[in-house]
Design a protein around this ligand. Sequence first.
Ligand SMILES: NC(=O)C1=CN([C@@H]2O[C@H](COP(=O)(O)OP(=O)(O)OC[C@H]3O[C@@H](n4cnc5c(N)ncnc54)[C@H](O)[C@@H]3O)[C@@H](O)[C@H]2O)C=CC1
Ligand SMILES: O=C(O)[C@H]1O[C@H](OP(=O)(O)OP(=O)(O)OC[C@H]2O[C@@H](n3ccc(=O)[nH]c3=O)[C@H](O)[C@@H]2O)[C@H](O)[C@@H](O)[C@@H]1O
Length: 515
Amino acid sequence: MSNRSSDRSSNGSSGRSSDRSSDHPVAPVSPVSPVARIATASRVAVIGTGYVGLTTGACLASLGHHVVCADADPHKVDRLRRGEVDILEPRLPELVRDGQASGHLEFTQDTKASVAGAEVVFFCLPTPMGVGGAADLAAVEAVSDEIRTALPHGCVVVNKSTVPVGTAERVAALLGRPDITVVSNPEFLREGHAVHDFLHPDRIVIGAAEQEAARRVAGLYAPLDAPVVLTDTASAEIAKYAANFFLAMKLSFVNNLATLCEHFTADVDDVVAALGHDPRIGPAFLKPGPGWGGSCLPKDTHALLTVCEESGVEFPLLRATIDTNVEHQSRLVERVVAECSPGPGTPHDARPGTLPGALPGAQPGARPSALSGGPSDGSGGSAHGSLHGVTLALLGLTFKAGTSDLRDSPALAIARRLRERGAELRAYDPALSETRPDLSDLLTIVDTPEKAVEGARACVVLTEWPQFRDLDWEAVAGLLTAPVVYDFRNLLDPDRLARAGLSWQGIGRSLAMVS
Ligand SMILES: NC(=O)C1=CN([C@@H]2O[C@H](COP(=O)(O)OP(=O)(O)OC[C@H]3O[C@@H](n4cnc5c(N)ncnc54)[C@H](O)[C@@H]3O)[C@@H](O)[C@H]2O)C=CC1
Ligand SMILES: O=C(O)[C@H]1O[C@H](OP(=O)(O)OP(=O)(O)OC[C@H]2O[C@@H](n3ccc(=O)[nH]c3=O)[C@H](O)[C@@H]2O)[C@H](O)[C@@H](O)[C@@H]1O
């Protein structure tokens, strides 16, 4: 394609306020600075009003475009028409209500009707993990079929969903409309920062076989101050998977690094700080945790793996990235099992220092050779320990702080493994205490942290909600039967916990180092 180029938008590059260079899971939600409105408004349809579609629709409307959003879920459409947004995204409810009030934003359940008069039609449809790990394109295919005859002559169909390479061509074939160009315009927003990221993107990637279609899509974003990468559809599709794969790779790297640090009584946070000063590496996205998850990183890495396997392309790093995540979670679970299993000589109500591998929480530094990690031989300790009769308190269930999304949450993956080992689980998550999703086959959701820890054998922090830092840890110590806190986000202040009489166990950091 002739328009392969990497350039900057006409607005230049200054002034963007993206906070991703310092991105880590506990980053505060960044303020969204105002963005100028468009000079020439377009008529846009957005199909699918989830995290990506609703954000796209509401933000494009805020720029001055006329947007009709369609969704197959009638309840969601009803709620949106009433201005009710059921996902946790700062500023999104306001943008939805403003868009409706100004007449720039409408919602319908009628997908076919939504495209009437549209110059640009966005697909923001789910592409979940399907059989064998491949991306399930059922929604994309169904909608292509549904709207093919209703699309206005010469309009542009834009795929914002994350899809395997070749999908733009496939959608074009399904539409069977030579007058219509299918453009790939992958989305890079993060949940919990969706509006900010949409209005202040690091880059806008547009893949198209026709310059005119690419220009029309780029024009929609004209007020945003962002670099635009114009390319072909295959490159745009690969760029999206490559970004999520690279992010996952950083996390698998840092989680393995944490294990290495545990082995040598080093401090992973200091190691990352040292790495991060090198501008070729940077500090972002290197916070160790309970494994990476969420609605996209797991499904996208698996989908890319399937693409590689099907096309006969070897990409060993990708397999290693996925496997490392699973192994990391096993290691964390085995740590808990090894220390909390009510085996001989491990009484349920043991005090600090009497647990195998536990650190004397009230005396940081008293055992400098003791690591926050459990067995560091890579095996993660005994795989045979049982947690039958053991109650554990889980703090945090969402896949990261700032969202209520549970899709592929590492917290749930760890909970499932602990449950398989026989543990009774009581969980508190600030984003779920009102909605209380039914997870009754796995755990009990309670509405305060105190109810979670009362009578529990230990507490496991799985999501980095900042408010956990300020819990009444003295009260927690009094409610747990053994005063151990597994901080799998390195969120808490170990000295603060020690003062409360709790033994803190983080990832990749020894108590000797943190004190
Ligand atoms: N969630 C995220 O942070 C990001 C997601 N993506 C990608 O964007 C795509 C959408 O993701 P989300 O917005 O998270 O999904 P979502 O699950 O939140 O929303 C999808 C919406 O599409 C609707 N839908 C499903 N089938 C439909 C049909 N046949 N007709 C009309 N509406 C239909 C659903 O009712 C739902 O409201 C996926 O490919 C995802 O990988 C890309 C970047 C960020
Ligand atoms: O394609 C997508 O859907 C999106 O996927 C991720 O965004 P998101 O799923 O919102 O979540 P992230 O903030 O990337 O976090 C993913 C996982 O990594 C974990 N994480 C993240 C950063 C870190 O330093 N450490 C860490 O453990 C989080 O806790 C979480 O489990 C990408 O960051 C977005 O750019 C992308 O658009």
